[in-house]
Design a binder for this molecule. Structure first.
Ligand SMILES: *[C@@H]1O[C@H](CO)[C@@H](O)[C@H](O)[C@H]1NC(C)=O
Ligand SMILES: *[C@@H]1O[C@H](CO)[C@@H](O)[C@H](O)[C@H]1NC(C)=O
Ligand SMILES: *[C@@H]1O[C@H](CO)[C@@H](O)[C@H](O)[C@H]1NC(C)=O
Ligand SMILES: *[C@@H]1O[C@H](CO)[C@@H](O)[C@H](O)[C@H]1NC(C)=O
Ligand SMILES: *[C@@H]1O[C@H](CO)[C@@H](O)[C@H](O)[C@H]1NC(C)=O
Ligand SMILES: *[C@@H]1O[C@H](CO)[C@@H](O)[C@H](O)[C@H]1NC(C)=O
Ligand SMILES: *[C@@H]1O[C@H](CO)[C@@H](O)[C@H](O)[C@H]1NC(C)=O
Ligand SMILES: *[C@@H]1O[C@H](CO)[C@@H](O)[C@H](O)[C@H]1NC(C)=O
Ligand SMILES: *[C@@H]1O[C@H](CO)[C@@H](O)[C@H](O)[C@H]1NC(C)=O
Ligand SMILES: *[C@@H]1O[C@H](CO)[C@@H](O)[C@H](O)[C@H]1NC(C)=O
Ligand SMILES: *[C@@H]1O[C@H](CO)[C@@H](O)[C@H](O)[C@H]1NC(C)=O
Ligand SMILES: *[C@@H]1O[C@H](CO)[C@@H](O)[C@H](O)[C@H]1NC(C)=O
Length: 558
């Protein structure tokens, strides 16, 4: 019996084509520091950003996944090792691809991975932020794919989403992503892998945003905080570079902070003299090291190596960084003797520069969206292009309250359906409009853009829909398992919103009236535009859905 088991296991790993790597000790967070879980020694990141530009990738892939191509990662790992690298940062992974060979090779090399959960086509838009079922599914898929590897140091729930004082409400959505990803890791009984955020370095917002992610309940807050730091350019020192001031700025942060990118290249080749400061006594109480931007030489000139015809050549930056990183000896705390001065902190005040509410958007709940959509009697016609949804939203939300589908990271008010798909949200407001206008077929015409269907309320849905209320303004937090749902009550399409809200005793009372808030949500989606962001790193090319700008009403009520 036992023999058979052992044999088939050995065979299985042979067939898998690579040796099973020994585990690396997990990295844990205590106070504002990282520690090795095996012996309690402090862990400083000696990191390198590792992802080639995505811009030239053909064949429909938008992600050039650095952990899916064993030929490349095995080519590069010896160079990473020459630089004493213990962490790589990857910005976008493709969860349909196999990462086991690269991950195992990294384990063998003693290298941890910190991975962004978003990807260019699935990330939170700073100008029209949402935290949706679709995005949460993407985040979950990355967690599922990487949770079993002991060398996953952590995940970033966002990179430079809020990047100046005009878009601080977006941080509420990113913090909801942190909260929900942490809860998901717990729910799936994975190792408690830390989840954090990576920020830019904006003078107006840098202190507030760090405090915002680090504050509040342990269930909500980021487990660590990265800042992309390009202040030390050329021949600077601890004072003149700004590092002294930054160290003061973050001295009270209660979670680990590190440079999630660094290495200004205004003066080339880079000298990397900042390495001595970063790992020296002036900074190590506050900082946990950093991640040099970046491995690959590209048009932006941030490379440590250039790769031509699959051959790696080290550049002057590689040699200069190598000298510096090999001459550090940071002090090391140990968990056994380390007591954090403080383990929680207050959230930042809101004001001129910081506007994000501490009340976070609801956890995306696909079951609730399905329940709502099935219960609609008036829905968008199948042949309406999603690009034309905006025109319908604009009209309807000028007539009735769209509070159930909108969200506002400044006020902290979020509709119960704000995380649903655009189509589900459109159906919800079409139906609400229809109900508010007598549920007559002419109120579901929109020149053929919408049509009446029969509404279905699954038994698993009825209490949730009642709790949310007809206008959709009461947040519903329980799970809804659609798998076990059996359809029971099927109601005719002639139902009226006033009727359904009188049935929903708990929710009817707190639903806002249709007209009162109509104007405030009118343009809630207009800001999306066509937004392409290329950050300093040039790898985080983010594209977002383009909404057609309403040029006028293309439909009329019959
Ligand atoms: C603790 O363990 C890590 C990982 O194995 C190792 O690199 C480090 O040197 C150890 N620390 C001490 C003080 O032995
Ligand atoms: C990517 O495309 C641009 C424009 O065609 C070109 O200049 C650049 O050299 C390409 N980069 C790589 C790495 O092929
Ligand atoms: C992910 O990889 C698959 C092939 O495995 C490819 O079809 C798909 O386009 C890739 N996705 C992205 C976003 O690059
Ligand atoms: C992770 O490990 C667990 C326990 O060994 C196993 O059941 C699960 O299938 C693994 N998941 C993945 C995605 O490899
Ligand atoms: C913030 O992002 C916008 C693009 O959405 C960009 O135009 C702007 O330069 C960025 N600001 C900073 C300070 O990085
Ligand atoms: C701030 O970010 C917005 C995008 O959200 C951008 O339009 C604006 O130009 C940025 N302002 C500055 C000063 O960078
Ligand atoms: C950090 O805490 C110390 C001691 O309470 C205080 O004096 C200092 O002003 C704080 N610094 C910041 C940036 O909040
Ligand atoms: C630490 O700070 C002091 C005072 O500013 C400075 O003289 C010294 O050079 C700094 N050390 C490093 C390694 O930057
Ligand atoms: C960095 O590299 C250049 C070119 O190789 C060299 O002249 C310079 O001395 C190096 N600087 C340091 C600090 O090692
Ligand atoms: C959020 O609410 C504030 C305060 O009422 C308002 O100024 C802002 O325009 C709203 N934002 C959105 C996206 O609706
Ligand atoms: C729908 O509700 C309105 C009041 O909001 C009422 O005047 C109208 O008669 C109702 N229509 C139906 C079909 O029940
Ligand atoms: C609605 O009213 C019924 C009957 O009074 C009651 O049993 C039920 O608990 C109420 N539902 C809620 C959500 O309060």
């Amino acid at each position: 019996m036992l023999f058979n088991k052992v044999t088939s296991f050995a065979l299985a790993s042979l067939l898998a084509g690579y040796a099973t790597a020994a585990d690396l000790p997990a990295i844990e967070v205590v106070g504002n520091k990282f520690f090795y879980s095996n012996n309690g020694s402090q862990f400083y990141m000696k990191g390198i950003a590792y992802q080639a530009d995505t811009a030239n990738v053909t064949s429909g892939s938008s992600i050039n996944d650095p952990l899916a191509d064993f030929a490349s990662c095995s080519r590069d790992i010896p160079y990473l090792q020459q630089l004493s690298t213990n962490v790589i940062r990857v910005y976008a992974v493709n969860t349909t691809m196999d990462h086991s060979q690269c991950m195992d090779a990294l384990v063998d090399a003693g290298i941890y991975v910190i991975a962004d959960l978003s990807e260019p086509d699935a990330s939170i838009n700073r100008d029209s932020p949402e935290w949706t079922v679709e995005l949460f599914d993407r985040y979950k898929s990355v967690v599922d794919m990487f949770a079993n590897y002991t060398n996953v140091l952590g995940f970033f729930a966002g990179n430079e989403v809020t990047n100046n004082s005009t878009n601080t409400p977006a941080s509420a959505f990113v913090k909801a992503a942190v909260r929900d990803t942490k809860a998901y890791i717990k729910e799936k009984n994975y190792r408690s892998i830390p989840v954090g955020y990576s920020s830019n370095d904006d003078a107006d917002t840098r202190v507030a945003i760090a405090d915002y992610f680090a504050c509040g309940d342990s269930d909500e807050r980021a487990d660590f905080y990265g800042i992309n730091m390009y202040e030390w350019c050329g021949n600077q020192n601890f004072q003149s570079s700004g590092y002294a001031d930054r160290t003061k700025d973050f001295q009270n942060l209660t979670v680990p902070i590190f440079f999630s990118e660094y290495g200004c290249n205004l003066v080339q080749p880079r000298q990397f003299t900042e390495v001595q400061a970063l790992y020296g006594a002036n900074m190590t109480d506050v900082w946990s090291g950093g991640i040099v931007y970046m491995y690959f030489e590209e048009t932006n000139n941030y490379g440590l190596v250039s790769i031509v015809n699959d051959k790696v050549s080290t550049l002057a930056d590689f040699n200069n960084y190598s000298k510096q990183i090999h001459s550090i000896s940071p002090s090391s705390a140990n968990t056994a003797s380390y007591t954090p001065t403080s383990t929680s902190m207050a959230c930042p005040a809101t004001g001129r520069y910081w506007k994000a509410a501490t009340a976070l958007p609801p956890t995306p709940n696909s079951g609730l969206c399905s329940c709502m959509d099935a219960a609609n009697s008036c829905v968008v016609a199948d042949d309406v292009d999603s690009k034309d949804y905006q025109e319908l939203f604009n009209y309807i939300c000028g007539e009735i309250s769209c509070d159930g589908i909108s969200s506002n990271g400044t006020t902290g008010k979020y509709g119960a359906y704000s995380f649903c798909s655009d189509k589900e949200k459109l159906n919800f407001v079409l139906n609400l409009y229809y109900q508010n206008n007598g549920a007559v077929s002419s109120a579901c015409a929109f020149s053929g853009s919408a049509s009446v269907k029969s509404a279905t309320t699954l038994s698993v849905c009825s209490s949730a829909l009642e709790a949310v209320g007809s206008v959709g303004t009461n947040i519903y937090t329980s799970d809804i398992s659609m798998a076990s749902g059996s359809s029971t009550s099927s109601s005719s399409s002639a139902k009226n919103s006033s009727k359904s809200s009188s049935r929903s005793n708990s929710s009817g009372s707190s639903s806002s009236s249709s007209s009162s808030s109509a104007t405030s949500t009118k343009s809630s989606k207009n800001a999306a535009g066509s937004s392409f962001k290329v950050n300093m790193a040039q790898v985080m090319l983010s594209s977002f859905a383009t909404f057609a700008v309403a040029a006028g009403l293309g439909f009329a009520l019959a």
